[in-house]
Design a protein around this ligand. Structure first.
Ligand code: ATP
Length: 292
């Protein structure tokens, strides 16, 4: 195979607790994350040598700083391959939006490169390599829902949720994750609420679980960025239940009753200049459907 095109899904955090700061500078977290239908597209094509990146969005680096570049470089070196790869990225996931776009693109690159060069590496091995690139990368090797621990690299697969309609909205600003953690004043925290929420999901009580959605970073983001607070408020007034900041923001997602409601809420927000889309949570990772 010379070329492969892969969907590269985004994630939202239904639960995110920060448990403390680690000696290595990272934060210890506990999170429940689900993948969503809002996907970038990553296309990989063999080339004789070198790694090249094509991406139209000027906010995304096209050189060695791109996570896809680093992913390709890592796997090619790991497997002793001297040939190169061209990677085209079509962005739809908001950049620096708290939806893990770059990490997902890196996971898609590892998965795609494994196919294009017939490297025969297992999902577990690719996931482990992904952990060297960034804390969120391993999550994108899960099927749909996962309980995430450590600095984000310890991923415990959860049973898939029934697909839920969401509206994903972005006020058009980028927030660096490091700046949000920098502002966080941490009280005494525990992952107890997350464990309870996971148990509710695993026993099929999804509606009850969704009532427990929580993000420790949300208050920091809402206070520092009034546009995000306003967006969350609007989402609640439009009937989202719940509406929550994803990760370190500024993306706000709202859970909707059905497709009609999701389309209606998304169009209402779009009419006032907000970038918003209706989409569902995923119950399987679309990247795994691409096997040749
Ligand atoms: P993070 O928590 O890592 O900030 P995020 O989901 O909030 O993740 P991303 O869209 O992944 O945000 O981008 C974070 C940063 O990574 C941006 O500054 C961006 O320039 C850089 N980046 C590197 N590679 C990519 C990529 N393939 N797609 C998007 N951003 C990338």
């Amino acid at each position: 195979m010379d070329r492969v095109t892969l969907p590269s899904p985004s994630k939202i955090n239904l639960y995110l607790e920060v448990l403390g700061r680690r000696d290595d500078g990272y934060h210890e977290i506990a999170s429940i994350a689900v993948l969503t239908e809002l996907c970038d597209t990553v296309t990989l094509e063999r080339r004789a040598s070198g790694i090249t990146i094509g991406v139209a969005d000027p906010q995304v680096p096209s050189g060695p700083q791109n996570l896809c570049y680093r992913a390709a470089d890592l796997l090619l070196r790991h497997c002793g391959i001297t040939a190169g790869i061209n990677i085209q990225i079509e962005k739809r996931i908001p950049i620096s939006g708290g939806m893990g776009g770059g990490s997902s693109n890196a996971a898609a690159t590892l998965w795609g490169l494994n196919l294009v060069y017939e490297l025969g590496r297992s999902r577990e091995e690719l996931m482990c390599l992904g952990g060297e690139l960034g804390s969120d990368v391993p999550l994108f090797f899960s099927q749909g829902a996962a309980f995430v621990k450590g600095r984000g690299e310890r991923v415990e697969e959860m049973p898939a949720l029934c697909p839920r309609w969401l509206v994903i909205a972005n006020p058009g600003i980028a927030i660096s994750t490091a700046s949000v953690y920098g502002r966080l004043r941490l009280p005494l925290t525990s992952e107890r609420a997350g464990i309870r929420m996971r148990a509710l999901f695993e026993s099929g009580q999804e509606d009850a679980a969704l009532c427990c959605c929580f993000n420790r970073l949300e208050d920091v983001v809402l206070q520092a960025y009034p546009a995000v607070a306003e967006l969350k408020q609007r989402m609640v007034l439009l009937g989202a239940s719940p509406a929550l900041v994803s990760g370190s923001g500024p993306t706000v997602f709202g859970v909707m009753k059905d497709a009609d409601m999701a389309e209606r809420v998304a169009s209402t927000l779009v009419e006032t200049g907000v970038r918003a889309v209706a989409c569902r949570t995923l119950d399987r990772n679309p990247m795994f459907a691409v096997t040749q």
